[in-house]
Design a protein around this ligand. Structure first.
Ligand code: FAD
Length: 508
């Protein structure tokens, strides 16, 4: 009898473990566009289109490679609209009594596959550089898990950017040379834009018809959806942007949406690019003298370090990771996260480009929308749902630990040893948003004050017991304690007024 080989929308890799296990001449590949996956959060229209078009291209690739593919389109009449439903329908149709899958990237789907009423094997997803077992071994017995140490281990394990037993250049991390603010007259590379082909045009019409009310602008749609497009986008990044990647990694500029970022996570996370290959190619650029060490090390650390570490935490902690709320933050997510309608210029820029591009770079996600959610005490589950919905690269294994852990510190410090809370001064230093903002970043409280300023102090005070003893935060509490009582009071009054306006849905 044939077996079913299940391929999910973020598993579009020819070397996928389930495909390696299958037999082309006998087994049936099952792929399905189902409403359940498109609507459990209000995914960005571009994200849905990216995944559906890439799935259709991948099915073609598999057929050309000799596979039989049972493909369900979103508007097929028999579509049961759930992954489980489609697997069972295809099993009956083809007389199959066994399913081979590659383990999904989120607990929700893993648990669904665990409970299918048909024999289902979930093979490891070995498209990552560290296996879940290797991460668990590394984590075993450690008091705290820190990305930097895990990253060093990964450098040693892969030999990437190593000079024998030592890190290339003598240091593991060159961030001290990065983090430069950018200026508007800098040469700015642009990510590669791909003109939609016939397959993508069909998908765009389908998404417009089937998801009329979902978040975000569908067009212009410029993401590539074929493996060859993703490869071209990677070539383009290595040539045009990698050399400047380190210097401007943390910068933000009004109107510059991509700076020197790769915009490759959209391809990497659905399986069109391979993480180890990207790291090796970045290293080759350094070895050939085409990109400096600070840029290449910084880029490699994001993938070999952060991406792998984040995934490790998500699966190590377990199915309830997204329920963490250690700081007991309960405020509702403000509407401006969905509309961009706020007078805070930095948030307006980040949300507007999120609506239009389904993309914002790391510092916007972390220090603008993320930081605001942290210091305003927004409920982590709502913030998590937002990030999962609005970015084209968002899949729970990578989005949730970044949101719940890195940004909101809701996991009690598993991902990061301290929250990245910051006042307006940080945003002013790293961006040009403040110059034309309605608020004045230099004003700490009262009329016209940048809301990040009083909310920052309010956050520290609300969580004093938890953070005062943290050596990296103690200094800030001393600064507060030295402030004049009338300034402390004014700051607290401002924070209370802003939080009240937020609760009442007033524009801020
Ligand atoms: P670049 O700046 O070019 O970085 C290179 C690569 O490194 C990225 O393509 C990505 O694969 C990897 N990377 C960098 N930082 C991280 C990180 N912190 N965690 C994991 N991988 C990283 N990334 C996602 O892929 N999906 C998400 O849903 C996602 N949600 C996030 C939510 C929040 C609140 C925050 C703070 C970060 C999130 N990130 C997420 C991490 C990071 O912001 C994105 O990977 C990055 O912005 C993608 O754009 P890029 O490809 O241009 O990245």
């Amino acid at each position: 009898d044939p077996r079913l080989i299940l391929v999910l929308g973020d598993q579009l890799s020819l070397g996928l473990s389930a495909l390696r296990e299958g037999v082309k001449s006998r087994d049936i590949v099952v792929m399905a566009e189902v409403r359940e996956e498109g609507t459990y959060v209000a995914h960005h229209a571009k994200k849905i289109a990216l995944i559906l078009s890439a799935m259709r291209h991948f099915a073609k690739e598999l057929r050309a490679d000799g596979w039989t593919v049972a493909y369900t389109a979103l508007d097929d009449a028999e579509n049961t609209h759930s992954i489980g439903g489609e697997v069972l329908r295809r099993a009956e149709e083809h007389g199959a009594d066994e399913v081979i899958a590659t383990v999904p990237g989120e607990w929700r789907l893993r648990q669904k596959l665990d409970h299918l009423p048909i024999k289902t094997t979930q093979l490891p997803d070995d498209r990552f550089i560290a296996s879940e077992g290797e991460f668990a071994n590394w984590a075993e017995g450690r008091k705290s898990l820190r990305m930097e140490y895990f990253y060093r281990e990964m450098r040693r394990m892969t030999g990437i950017l190593m000079d024998g037993k030592d890190p290339e250049g003598g240091k593991w991390n060159y961030d001290s040379e990065n983090r430069k603010p950018a200026s508007g007259d800098l040469f700015m590379p642009e990510p590669l834009r791909v003109t939609p082909d016939g397959v993508t045009e069909d998908v765009l019409a389908l998404v417009a018809a089937e998801y009329p009310d979902t978040f975000g602008q569908l067009e212009p749609f410029w993401f590539g959806t074929r493996r060859a497009d993703a490869e071209k986008a990677a070539d383009h990044f290595f040539k045009e942007a990698l050399p400047g990647f380190g210097d401007y990694q943390d910068a933000m500029l009004e109107g510059e949406r991509f700076l020197y970022h790769s915009v490759l996570s959209i391809y990497l996370n659905i399986g069109l690019l391979d993480p180890l290959d990207l790291c090796q190619r970045a290293e080759a650029e350094y070895r050939a003298g085409r990109a400096p060490l600070n840029a290449v090390e910084g880029y490699i650390r994001q993938i070999l370090g952060w991406r792998e570490f984040i995934r490790g935490i998500y699966f190590l902690d377990g199915p309830d990771y997204t329920k963490h709320n250690k700081l007991r933050a309960q405020r509702k997510l403000p509407d401006f996260y969905w509309t961009g309608e706020t007078d805070m210029a930095c948030i307006r820029a980040a949300v507007t480009q999120t609506i239009e591009e389904a993309y914002a770079h790391h510092i916007q996600r972390l220090m603008v929308t993320g930081n605001f959610a942290l210091i305003a005490g927004i409920n982590p589950a709502e913030v998590h749902e937002w990030y999962l919905a609005v970015y084209a690269d968002a899949f729970e294994w990578v989005e949730a630990p970044n949101t719940i852990g890195m940004v909101l510190h809701a996991d009690g410090g598993m991902v990061g040893s301290k929250p990245y809370a910051a006042s307006g001064a940080y945003i002013d230093r790293m961006s040009d948003h403040c110059a034309a903002c309605h608020y004045n970043v230099k004003v700490k409280h009262g009329e016209g004050a940048c809301p990040f300023n009083p909310l920052y102090w309010d956050f520290l005070l609300r969580n004093r017991e938890r953070f005062e003893g943290n050596p990296r935060m103690a200094q800030m509490y001393r600064t507060w304690d030295r402030m004049k009582p009338e300034n402390q009071r004014a700051s607290q009054d401002s924070a209370a007024a802003i939080l009240k306006d937020l609760s009442n849905g007033k524009r801020i």
